[in-house]
Design a protein around this ligand. Structure first.
Ligand SMILES: NC(=O)c1ccc[n+]([C@@H]2O[C@H](COP(=O)([O-])OP(=O)(O)OC[C@H]3O[C@@H](n4cnc5c(N)ncnc54)[C@H](OP(=O)(O)O)[C@@H]3O)[C@@H](O)[C@H]2O)c1
Length: 220
């Protein structure tokens, strides 16, 4: 398969690109890399597809949010991530529909908070929005295309980079494994939560089954 990975210089994207490269052609993309695109700049996404041509899959592990207090943040700080992580991924998907081959896939990235955390309200909104978007968009995907979202909890390597205890985080190789399984498998309209200590990751079909109470594996 020919796969675009956006955010490929990041903690998650780097691991995902590396894992996919074991069996596939991977185009590594970020704002500062050799092949460039910016989720906040739709023209740069158009230019990316014009350069790369048709692909079998697009994986987005780019952008992100930041913790911002509900009370004291400016609107701009509070809604950081709206244009890139939320709307950027929505715009990316709509453009990718024209360039992913029949039966291919688009995989977005959300996130999972184990419980409400101070400063996480807008990030939680973005993640919930992405999950709702994928659930609804999946039934409108043309030509057998699949869309899914990976919603990791804290990644162990990220916690360690922040000088925190990584023990409760999911190792990035487990997170990357979830992406590979989604890209190479049949998942459609799913929210996938990679989880350490499980068989790679847990998932449930958003369209159809709902997870039994308490089964959603929150880890961060
Ligand atoms: N790490 C975690 O613990 C964790 C947990 C849950 C969810 N997530 C989510 O997973 C995603 C990736 O996280 P990460 O920790 O791997 O982030 P990261 O290490 O900061 O890497 C982000 C990547 O995205 C690229 N990027 C940033 N803004 C971009 C934009 N506007 N357009 C295109 N590329 C952009 C960066 O490269 P350039 O700066 O060169 O563009 C980099 O390659 C984020 O959405 C994050 O919220 C992460």
């Amino acid at each position: 398969m020919k796969v675009i990975v956006i955010g490929a210089t990041g903690v998650i994207g780097g691991a995902v690109a590396g894992a996919l490269e074991a069996g596939h052609e991977v185009i590594r993309v970020s704002r500062g890399g050799t092949t460039r695109a910016d989720l906040e700049d739709p023209a740069s996404i158009d230019a990316l597809f014009a350069t790369v041509g048709e692909v079998d899959a697009v994986v987005c592990c780019a952008a992100g949010g930041r913790l911002a207090p509900l009370v004291s943040s400016s609107d701009e700080d509070f809604t950081h991530g709206l244009e890139s992580k939320l709307l950027g991924q929505v715009r990316l998907l709509r453009r990718a529909l024209e360039h992913v081959r029949d039966g291919g896939s688009i995989t977005l990235t959300g996130g999972t908070f184990e419980k409400p955390t101070p400063g996480s309200a807008f990030g939680a909104l973005v993640n919930a929005g992405l999950e709702a978007f994928v659930r609804a968009a999946a039934i409108e995907m043309p030509r057998g295309l699949r869309v899914n979202v990976i919603s990791p909890g804290w990644v162990r390597e990220t916690l360690e980079k922040l000088g925190m205890d990584g023990a409760d985080g999911t190792p990035v190789r487990e997170v990357a494994r979830a992406y590979v399984e989604v890209v190479t498998g049949k998942a459609r309209g799913e929210v996938v939560v990679p989880a350490a200590g499980h068989a790679g990751f847990e998932r449930w079909q958003v369209t159809g089954d709902t997870p039994p109470d308490g089964e959603r594996p929150f880890i961060a």
